[in-house]
Ligand binder design. Structure first.
Ligand code: ZN
Length: 149
């Protein structure tokens, strides 16, 4: 598992972290498998969506804001209830296939860190797991720990 650290630029924004994730995948040495991403924060999340037109991200943030306004009234008194709700709607994890040592994203896809209570220091936990080749013997799988009787 690896940690990508980033400093988000504003209160609510999407930061493209695709290259940092691909760097982590490369360092893992895994050619084919799965990359799991997790955000250990309660007011941020992860989005895999279009990076070609930045208006897609703007629309997403604007519609989330319309749905869950920052200045509405909430029970949570820390002032960031909207960010907790947006984080919950977006989700804290994502997974993507790894092929040829890189994320096998669609042509227009990128991985974005979604900030809802920034700017601040954040991190993304990256776990890359190798797929077992179809012709590999079953012994190649990690041994399952036997449950205690
Ligand atoms: Zn809070």
């Amino acid at each position: 598992m690896e940690r990508i650290r980033l400093r988000t630029q504003s209160a609510q924004c999407l930061e493209d972290v695709t290259e940092q994730v691909n760097d982590a995948v490369r360092r893992s040495g895994v050619e084919d498998g799965v990359c799991h991403l997790f955000v250990p924060h309660t007011t941020a999340g992860l989005v895999i969506n279009e990076n070609a037109d930045p208006d897609v991200g703007r629309d997403l943030l604007e519609k989330l804001e319309a749905l869950v306004p920052s200045d509405a009234s909430y029970h949570h008194l820390e002032g960031n209830a909207h960010a907790h709700i947006k984080s919950t709607l977006i989700g804290q994890s994502a997974a993507a296939p790894v092929a040829g040592g890189r994320l096998a994203l669609g042509r227009w896809q990128a991985v974005f860190f979604a900030e809802f209570d920034g700017p601040r220091e954040r991190e993304v936990l990256v776990t890359v797991a190798a797929a077992r080749p179809a012709d590999a013997p079953a012994e190649a799988l990690p041994k399952q720990r036997r449950a205690d009787p």
